[in-house]
Each structure stands twice: as C-alpha cells, then as structure tokens.
Design a binder for this molecule. Structure first.
Ligand code: HEM
Ligand SMILES: [Cu+2]
Length: 596
C-alpha cells in the first residue's frame, strides 16, 4: 500500500454491513442501495408519465372519442377526455417525466451508484444526507400522487407553471398547490444530492484519480451537480413565492385587474423559472453525455477521441448554459438588444456541443464496434441528440422563433433532446451497469427488441411533432382541428399516435427483461467485468460490490480508456487495462517510484 492509499484508508474505514431488513433495504445509507431506490421510484413514474402521454396522443389522434379500456374508470360515464382534464394530463405528464422520472433515474441512480464506485471511494461524502435526499424525493412523489385526488384535479398550468395561469386566478384548487409544493420539495432533495456529489468528487477521489483521469460519466454527473446546486434553489424560491401567492394572499405574480393591492409581475415567474429552466435542460443531458463518452469508447474498443477536448467542451457548456435562458422569452417583449445578446450566446453554445458530438463520432471512427445492447442505445442517443441539437439552432434564431415559438416544433425539439436523448442515455446506462447493480446481465435478445421499438418509436413520434409544428400546429391545444388550417394534419397526428402506442407497448420488453434480471435465478452471474472495460467499478471490485465497495482503496495509474494499446496486449494478452491495474514488468519499479 502506498502512503496515499493508507491516508485514504484511514479517512474511509470499513464499516460492518448492516444486517437488519430496515437498515439494509429501507433506511439505507449505502449509496448502492439508494441508487436502486431511485431507480425503482423513477421507473415507476416513467410508467405513470408514459401512460399520461398515451392519453395526450389519444386526444390528438381521436378527439372526443372515449378512451379505450380506462376511459370510464378515469373520466366518468362518457369515457371522453374533457378540456380541463386534458390540461391536467399534459401538465402532469411533463412534470412527472422531468422531475420525477428522468431526473431520479439519470441523476439519482447513476450519480449515487457510480460516483463512489468510479472514483474509488467507499461511499458518498455524506451518506446520511444521501438517505435524506431519497426520502425527501419520495415525499415529493407522494405530493404529486395526492394531487390526482384533489377536488378540482391536479395541476393544469403546464410543466412551466406560468403565472398568472398557475395562481389562484387561473388554477384554483388544492391540486396545483400540491404540485407546486412537490416542485419545492423535490428541489430540496436535488440540492442535498448535489452538495453530496460535488463534495464527494472533490474530496474522495482515490489516489492517482486526477481530474483528467476521471471517467467522462463522472464529469457529466459532477457538472450536473454544480448546475443543480446553483440553479435549483432559484426554482425553489420561485415555488415558495408562488405558494405564498396561492395560500397566503401575497401578490408576487398577480397583476392588473386580478390584483387587489399594487400587484406583482407575472413575467417575474418566467425569469425565475428559466434562470433555472435552461440550466435544467443541461442538467438532464450532461449525465447522458458523460455516459455516452465512456460507453462509445468501451464498445468501439478505442480511447475516447480527444478526451480533454470533450471535458473542456462540457465545462464550457455548463458555464454558457447559465447565460442563455432568455431564448425562452423572446416573445415577451424584451428589448431587442437583450434578445440579440441571448441569441448570440444561444448560438455559441452549439459550438462546444458540436465538439462533444464530433468527438463521439471520431471515437467510433475505425473502431472495432461491438453491438451489444448498451452500444445500440448509445448509438441511438447520438442520432436523436443530433436531431434535437440541430432543431435548437432554428429556435435560437429570433426571426425563426417568432414563427416557431409555442408550436409543436418546440415540443419536438425538446423531446428529441430531453425525452429521446436523456431517456436513451439512461437506458444505455441501465443496460450497461445492470450487472454491477444486480450481478446478472439483462437478456440481449429482449434488449435489442426493446432498443428498436424505443429508437424507431421515439424518432417517429417526435419527428411527427416537428413536422406538425413546422406546419403551424400550436402546442397544448385540446382540439387542434378546430382551426381550419390544422385540419389537414389529422392524418399526421393520427399516425404519430399509432407510433406512440407502439413505443409504449415496446417498453413491455424492457419490463419483462428487468424483472427477470432482478428476480429471476436462471441467468448465470455476470462476473466482475462482463464488458471487458477499464474503469474502477469493473476492474477493482466484484459485481455487485461488497458493502464497502473496495477491499482496498485502489491506486489509479492511468486514464479511463486504456483500450487496444499494443503494449498492453503484449504484456497481458488483453485489449484493455484497468485504471488501477499494474502491468507485469511495470510492477515493482513503478510502485517504488510512486512511493519514492
Ligand atoms: C444546441 C443546443 C440547443 C439550443 C440552441 C436550444 C435552443 C432552444 C430554444 C431557442 C428554445 C426556445 C424555443 C421557444 O420556446 O420558442 C428551446 C426550448 C427548449 N429546449 Fe432547447 N436548445 C438546445 C439544446 C437543448 C437541450 C440539450 C435540451 C434538453 C436536454 C433542451 C430542452 C429544451 C426545452 C425543454 C425547451 C422548451 C421548454 C418549454 O417551452 O416547455 N434544449 N431550446
Ligand atoms: Cu433553453
């Protein structure tokens, strides 16, 4: 053991694993168990959000027709979705997906699972805070569920919760209040998580794990945590002010005739929301970028192309993402100079984004590609993110946005980036790290079928949205076909709905695969390193790892993508070397040198 390792061992002693059921599975402080808790909670809400999406698509495909199977149960005798209900459906769909499904899976699960394992630590810096973060999150999910049973129904002001619609003027009733409270509470949870992630990466990296040797996954999660810590509190404050408006008679966001006293400013909400909201979209994509950076390299059997370039591009995107929020508000009548400033930074952000994408492509270039399920999902993510990013350029241009704002084109854009790229990025991670979490691999056949349903489904559904938007269909319309000029889009909308139903049904293959993997006993154990890759969680411990992660804190000697190096092949007969692996021949001398 080197002196640096001894220090880290002293700072993170091995605690005995808890034995009682409650301490192990429920009130666990083990980051691996908390990751699984977030995974279950997030996947469950992914199902809820997905079901809500099916209702939206039903409405656009077959307006005024009773919803099959569940219509009578949900919407009374007629089984038809009414306008007020429709509003609640698209609102809760968006909120559930963003805050209560994708965020817990992408950040809650992978952040918790991977940060300690990939940097060579025994747990998070604050394990107890981690537990609180999960339970706070669960409370926010319960608030959302409770809102469905409120007398006037759930929230209905859109996922952006724009005032004055979201004040008592537009949405009276307990449902909207409960959902705003849920946004606040989940913000508390995210902030606790963020503080923990940031500290852990700074303080607990194993000896030798310099910043420029961190796996890209960790870079993505860490930058996301920084954005979360800075900007989620802005959303939290806005939610608090809105709660005061709704429940205690203040008027921060109410103006004009509805204001009893001097009144406030509804546009203030838009500022507060988007100061958070634009970084939020990068909060949701950076972990996926990171996962892609590693997985593409692993399955192309090549080092990531220009690792440093990708890292700095991701850092630059993080910084710039704080300076572009105004592009969501071009139509609020802001001064042209301000608008042009926001446009400039918005267009600038696509430069580092492009560096990241080009580096992925060059990583694939002339690689020996292995098409296992995680790789298929990774490749699919590259494609859908490409489409999403390019459509963002159109929206970032003010003169184009005058036409496209509030159309389905915007909806298509952000679904390609957030719903397609973030979700497929999350599936990439689930298929890839499933053996680490549960000790067995997910079935390849079911995985591949699931991939094709998901990839084609997402592309066709969101492609349909882009086309409809370009043709002028506005977003959030209960019955778009009341407008004569949209009537020609009936067929397009119906086809898009069929594709959406197929996409939803295709997720069954995942559900079956997942349950089989977690509970089935048929599959053989995956072994410590089923993908033959390099990072610490695969090369320095077992699958699943013991409670204390590593029997000895590893000493890292190389970067995360040591693949297909001829020298490594000569020494080991393998095409990869672990981050902490000492190669024959460089052993004794190298250790002595480091001790020196
Ligand atoms: C290449 C980079 C990108 C550019 C230039 C860009 C540009 C824009 C612009 C200008 C809008 C506002 C359009 C309008 O409302 O009229 C917008 C909306 C949006 N974008 Fe992007 N975007 C980019 C990447 C992303 C990414 C990576 C995500 C998410 C992962 C994302 C998610 C969203 C969301 C959620 C909205 C709209 C939300 C709403 O109004 O409900 N964007 N984007
Ligand atoms: Cu934005």
């Amino acid at each position: 053991m080197t002196p640096a390792q001894a220090l880290m061992e002293e700072a993170q002693p091995i605690h005995p694993a808890p034995t009682s059921f409650w301490r192990r599975y429920v009130f666990s402080i083990d980051h691996k168990m908390i990751a699984k808790q977030f995974l279950w909670a997030g996947l469950l809400f992914l199902l809820v959000g997905g079901a809500l999406a099916m209702l939206i698509r039903w409405q656009w495909g077959f307006p005024y027709r009773p919803v099959p199977l569940v219509g009578r149960l949900l919407f009374g005798e007629s089984g038809v979705i009414g306008p007020a209900t429709y509003q609640q459906i698209f609102t809760t769909h968006g909120l559930v997906m963003i805050f209560f499904a994708v965020t817990p899976v992408l950040i809650g699960t992978f952040g918790n699972l991977l940060i300690p394992l990939m940097i060579g630590a025994r747990d998070m810096a604050f394990p107890r805070l981690n537990m609180y973060s999960f339970w706070t999150f669960l409370l926010s999910q319960l608030l959302v569920l409770a809102s469905f049973f409120a007398p006037l129904g759930s929230a209905g002001a859109g996922w952006t919760t724009y005032t004055p619609l979201s004040t008592n003027v537009g949405m009276p009733g307990m449902g909207q209040t409960l959902v705003v409270a849920a946004i606040f509470v989940t913000g508390v949870s995210s902030t606790m998580g963020a503080v923990n992630y940031i500290t852990t990466v700074i303080r607990l990296r194993a000896p030798g794990m310099t910043y420029m040797r961190l796996p890209l996954t960790i870079w993505g999660l860490w930058l996301t945590a920084i954005l979360n810590a800075l900007f989620v509190p802005v959303l939290g404050s806005a939610a608090l002010l809105l709660l005061l408006d709704r429940s205690f008679g203040t008027e921060f966001f109410v103006a004009g005739a509805s204001a009893v006293r001097g009144g406030g400013d509804p546009i203030l909400w838009q500022h507060l929301f988007w100061i958070f909201g634009h970084p939020e979209v990068y909060i949701m994509i950076l972990p996926a970028w990171g996962i892609l950076g590693d997985v593409l390299s692993f399955f192309a059997r090549k080092p990531h192309h220009w690792y440093r370039g990708t890292v700095w591009a991701m850092v630059l995107v993080t910084v710039l993402s704080a300076m572009v929020y105004g592009h969501h508000m071009f139509m609020t009548g802001m001064s042209p100079l301000l608008g042009e400033g926001f446009m400039l930074f918005t267009l600038l952000i696509s430069i580092p984004s492009m560096v990241v994408v080009v580096n992925w492509v060059l990583t694939l270039w002339q690689g020996s590609l292995r098409y296992d399920t995680p790789m298929l999902f990774a490749l699919g993510t590259v494609f859908v993110f490409g489409v999403g990013g390019l459509t963002g350029l159109f929206l970032g241009d003010i003169s184009m946005d005058l036409y496209l704002h509030d159309t389905m084109f915007v909806v298509g854009h952000f679904h390609f980036t957030m719903a397609a790229a973030s979700v497929m990025g999350a599936f990439t991670g689930i298929y890839f790290w499933f053996p680490k979490m549960f000790g067995r691999r997910l079935g390849e056949r079911l995985g591949k079928i699931h991939f094709w349903f998901t990839f084609l489904g997402l592309t066709l559904v969101f492609g349909g949205q882009l086309l409809a938007g370009y043709a002028g269909q506005e977003r959030r319309l209960f019955d778009p076909f009341q407008y004569t000029f949209i009537q020609g889009l009936r067929g397009l909308n119906r086809w898009t709905s069929y594709f959406a139903f197929a996409l939803f049904t295709g997720q069954l293959f995942f559900v079956v695969n997942f349950f089989r993997g977690v509970f089935g006993r048929r599959a053989a154990p995956a072994g410590p390193n089923p993908w033959h890759v390099t990072t610490l969680e695969w090369t320095a411990t077992s699958s699943p790892p013991p409670f204390h992660n590593f029997d000895r804190i590893p000493e890292v000697v190389r970067g995360p993508h040591e693949l297909s190096n001829p020298e490594v092949r000569r020494l080991t007969g393998r095409d990869f070397a672990g981050q902490a692996e000492l190669l024959p021949g460089d052993g004794a001398a190298a250790v002595a040198a480091r001790k020196g």
